[in-house]
Design a binder for this molecule. Structure first.
Ligand SMILES: [Zn+2]
Length: 310
């Protein structure tokens, strides 16, 4: 056991290990997913499908097992409620990869990959959004980069962890958490086998005055144990609530403990100006290191029990 901890400590402190999060890779993922070529990754668009294939490519590369209903994909029909254009049903999919450690319980790591496309799906904050590319670099190419980096870490660290991991890129979050809700109503793994869920949505615009917010602290009595003594080069704060912000809310509704990482709002939120050059990839790298530290501590705890937050 002692040797194991020394090994863990070495992993935590040795920054030259290839599995550690890298600002270079984060930048590459975000510039790819949020480039103008990707047309804002609107649900139902060919570019949205292209973003899904980008995630699939890395899931495959990292050796994750497909755990959708069609390979890595779990397809569903998304409904556009606030219609600006006539079509109200759009093809969507979650992309799901499984890291099987032969453990009884599984940790879910998730981030949505869709965004507002060309501003015709109703939630743009631009005064004249239609036809403008909403790149969604922070929202949520940053979270997808985080998802890929966490998958990279746990598939490359050479440790068989005591929990399995389910890595999920959700579709149609911007249309009302439709991908995560679809998964929870049609799970490809029994929900009672899930330990907790960690969501990343907008983790690319670190503001040193605010710090990164981590929601869901009150959703299990185990979180205070996990956070005890956690240190980071970046500023962070916890928030007890777990039922807002993103796909974590859908898991919370199913009484699954959650954590939600978020660097906060900014003037480019849901506007065409949410661009890759505004991302602080170095800070995102530090956020992911903190997230991995917390996960490594959580891996040493028994399966968590959900507690509702008043
Ligand atoms: Zn988002």
């Amino acid at each position: 056991m002692k040797i194991y901890f020394v090994f863990l400590l070495t992993l935590l402190t040795n920054t030259t290990f290839g599995q550690e999060p890298s600002a270079t890779r984060i930048t590459k993922h975000i510039h790819k997913l949020a480039s103008d070529k990707m047309q804002g990754r609107g649900t139902g668009s060919p570019e949205n499908a292209k973003a899904a294939r980008y995630v699939e490519k890395y899931f495959k590369k990292y050796g994750l097992k497909p755990l959708g209903t069609d390979g890595y994909y779990q397809s569903f029909t998304a409904k556009v409620r606030r219609v600006v254009v006539p079509d109200s049903l759009r093809k969507a999919a979650n992309v799901i990869g499984f890291l099987d450690n032969g453990a009884p319980y599984t940790i879910v790591i998730g981030a949505h990959y869709d965004h507002l496309g060309l501003g015709r799906q109703g939630s743009s904050l631009d005064s004249l959004p239609q036809g403008k590319i909403h790149n969604g670099a922070d929202d949520n190419a940053s979270g997808v980069a985080g998802l890929l980096e966490i998958a990279h870490y746990f598939t490359k660290n050479g440790v068989k962890e005591p929990y399995n991991f389910l890595f999920m890129a959700f579709g149609a979050e911007e249309l009302g958490l439709q991908g995560s809700r679809y998964f929870l109503n049609n799970p490809t793994l029994p929900l009672d086998k899930l330990n907790f869920m960690v969501c990343m949505d907008m983790i690319g615009r670190y503001n040193p005055d605010r710090g990164v917010g981590i929601g869901g602290y009150g959703t299990s009595d185990t979180w205070p144990i996990v956070f005890k003594g956690a240190e980071s080069s970046i500023k962070f704060f916890t928030d007890r609530a777990g039922n807002g912000g993103s796909d974590n809310a859908a898991f919370y509704a199913k009484q699954i403990p959650v954590l939600f990482f978020h660097t906060g709002g900014h003037p480019d939120y849901h506007k065409p100006s949410d661009d890759p050059d505004k991302i602080d990839a170095k800070a995102e790298e530090a956020i992911l290191r903190l997230e991995i530290k917390l996960l490594l501590t959580a891996l040493q705890q028994p399966k968590m029990t959900f507690t509702p937050v008043k």
